[in-house]
Design a protein around this ligand. Structure first.
Ligand SMILES: [Zn+2]
Length: 313
């Protein structure tokens, strides 16, 4: 066992495995410090729990807009960043911002990254800060947008959408899908962030992998790169649980990123200090990598009619 060949073999066996694909530098820019600043702001008393149709929700929309403006994102299909709508007797508005793709053909197609900014507001003497639900998703939305600006424009265009009225019946996402600010057939995929800051730091629940095989491949490849294991055990139960549902009903492939329900879910105790910093950071990084590859890829994800993506009607 001391021939040059066996020495070489022993050396190879002893050396560490080849380094994994390094993460693009903009991924390091998605940090828990940056994310938590947004979570703490949106969950603060100033925002009054962001109840749909209240000044608190309007302040939430303004917060997203000011961050998107600072990142030099542009409106798309609306004069300003707001897409106003009225439902259940309330005046609400989604926030829609774009990064334009660079590819001559594919830039006409859009990947949507979305998160609802409304929450439960005040009820009696209680204020519902909604730090996990869904200041966490809004924080990730902003930092994913920032990573796209740092990493350079993708081939397809990206729409970053803050949804209003989620808590009272997915009203903002229903309105957006009914009246998208770009042609509906050009919406290639939707990634929804709703509650991404609680529970075990190493796992993420992903619903929607059965709506398009390509999305499943992409998200499962990137998850271990950021220290996450995906679980798709809520594929049917969460099909209609949040803003991805109207997209699924329109046969637009989606992935929903979330966590298991916890003891502070829809309680006044859903506070910023309980958000798990490592977890929100990892999920935001995963959503960026997944959206980036979907936007840059040659192939458009194809709707899988037999999956849990099956439209309700
Ligand atoms: Zn929510």
């Amino acid at each position: 066992m001391d021939s040059p060949a066996s020495l070489l073999l022993a050396f190879l066996l002893a050396s560490p495995p080849p380094a994994a694909d390094p993460l693009p530098p903009e991924v390091d820019g998605i940090t828990s410090e940056r994310l938590m600043r947004h979570v703490e702001a949106l969950a603060s008393d100033d925002f009054e729990g962001r109840g749909a149709g209240t000044d608190g929700a309007r302040l939430g929309a303004s917060y997203l807009i000011s961050r998107f403006e600072a990142l030099k994102l542009t409106p798309k299909g609306t004069r300003e960043f707001r897409q106003p709508f009225r439902a259940r007797g309330k005046e609400m508005a989604n926030v829609v911002a774009m990064i334009e793709g660079h590819d001559e053909e594919r830039s006409r197609e859009f990947v949507v990254v979305g998160a609802h900014f409304d929450h439960l507001g005040r009820r009696g003497d209680d204020l519902y800060p909604g730090a996990d639900d869904n200041a966490s998703g809004c924080a990730a939305l902003i930092e994913v947008a920032r990573a796209f600006t740092l990493g350079g424009p993708p081939a397809r265009s990206i729409l970053f959408v803050g949804f209003d009225g989620e808590e009272i019946g997915l009203l903002g996402s229903r309105h957006f899908v009914r009246r998208p600010t770009v042609p509906k057939k050009e919406l290639v995929a939707m990634f929804n962030l709703d509650m991404v800051g609680r529970g075990e730091p190493g796992d993420v629940r992903v619903c929607g992998t059965s709506t398009a095989p390509l999305l499943k491949t992409i998200v499962e490849r990137h998850a271990p790169r950021v220290g996450l294991t995906t679980h798709d055990d809520h594929e049917r139960r969460w099909r209609n649980a949040s803003d991805h549902a109207p997209f699924g009903d329109a046969r637009i492939p989606f992935l929903y990123f979330g966590v298991l329900d916890h003891e502070d879910y829809h309680r006044p105790t859903d506070a910023a200090e309980k958000v798990v910093r490592r977890k929100i950071e990892r999920i935001a990084r995963l959503v960026y990598l997944t959206a980036r590859e979907t936007a840059d890829g040659a192939a458009r994800p194809e709707w899988e009619a037999s999956g849990a993506g099956k439209a309700r009607k």
